[in-house]
Unconditional design. Structure first.
Length: 334
């Protein structure tokens, strides 16, 4: 409520000042107008702050994409978790956060829980759920390989590891989930092999669906027992299936795949991604026979191809007795 100076009427003139104060219901009207204007102004400022914050978050995320994980700020994981937990954040930001959250430098129990919460929620965007599944794959593999004898070796607890496995299995079995989500679940979960993966891969490969076949061949890289299917996939006209088959053949040192692998190395028209996969496979399958062609590729003008060939040559060289003794010694725990 507005009051005129004591003892004066609403319309009054003071030295140097002129007050023309409305009376009666007009005062209430002016107050309402003032409050409405103030609210609009506050809303405008709030929207500007939100826009600046959103732009800042987007800028931070885009910067981190191009920054090596070891150079990320110490609070990067908390930033990812905050974005993932905020359903009001833009889907594009949450997709980036989900992708980055799986890196070993930031992943922990809390981030894993945030990713699983998104994955379980049928209301979440399909691509976001799929990305959340894929981001859990690396830590599953690390935990499966390193075990939990020393908790400092693995960024998540054994309880969280088991929870991830159980969650992925249950969601995979639920056919009401979108195909892409179920595919990414299988691709992530095979990195810590379980008994159910054999049948899941067989079903996917024999489905006749190109997408599911691609997922199956990708998964064969981690689950053994699919030599026949890998050899078939090496003849596939689909470049993605072919690429994953080369990776799988190299991982299992599949000797029967050698003719196809060496042919890729000798073909000047082999696409670069496929050539890089063949370089890695050759050094695993027949490293000595691959030596000459690898030496030639190590002189490539393409830096990535040359580095891959150099690494393959180094891996294919027989280990010296001294290095062998050091490896054996490192296996002992005092």
């Amino acid at each position: 409520m507005i009051f005129a100076p004591s003892g004066l009427s609403p319309n009054v003139t003071l030295p140097g000042k002129c007050f023309l104060l409305p009376s009666g219901h007009n005062i209430k009207k002016k107050i309402a107008e003032y409050r409405t204007g103030a609210l609009q102004l506050a809303t405008l400022f709030a929207n500007r702050r939100m826009k600046r914050n959103a732009e800042g978050t987007k800028l931070d995320l885009e910067t981190l994409i191009d920054t090596p994980p070891w150079d990320w700020p110490s609070d990067a994981g908390k930033m990812f978790q905050k974005i993932l937990n905020d359903s009001r954040s833009q889907v594009s930001d949450r997709l980036i956060a989900a992708e980055l959250a799986g890196d070993s430098t930031v992943i922990n129990d809390d981030l894993a829980d945030a990713l699983m919460a998104i994955l379980r929620d049928a209301e979440e965007h399909e691509k976001l759920r799929a990305s959340a599944a894929i981001s859990l794959g690396a830590v599953l593999e690390q935990a499966d390989m390193d075990g939990f004898e020393d908790p400092d070796d693995v960024p998540i607890s054994e309880c969280t590891f088991r929870n991830i496995q159980d969650t992925l299995h249950a969601l995979y079995l639920d056919n009401s989930n979108p195909k892409e989500v179920r595919r990414r679940i299988l691709e992530a979960s095979v990195r810590a092999p379980q008994d159910w993966h054999q049948n899941a891969i067989k079903t996917a490969y024999s489905s006749g669906d190109k997408d599911w076949m691609l997922t199956a061949v990708f998964s064969m890289r981690w689950i053994r027992g699919f030599d026949k299917q890998i050899l078939e996939a090496l003849k596939s006209a689909d470049p993605e299936i072919h690429y994953q088959a080369v990776n799988a053949a190299g991982n299992w040192e599949l000797d029967a795949a050698w003719p196809q692998v060496i042919a890729l190395l000798n073909d000047a028209g082999t696409p670069k991604p496929l050539l890089l996969a063949a370089i890695g496979a050759a050094s695993s399958i027949r490293p000595q026979e691959a030596g000459e062609i690898l030496i030639s590729l190590a002189e490539s003008d393409d830096e990535e191809i040359a580095e891959a060939a150099d690494e393959a040559i180094a891996m294919s060289e027989p280990m010296s007795e001294e290095e062998d003794d050091e490896d054996e010694a490192s296996g002992w725990i005092n």
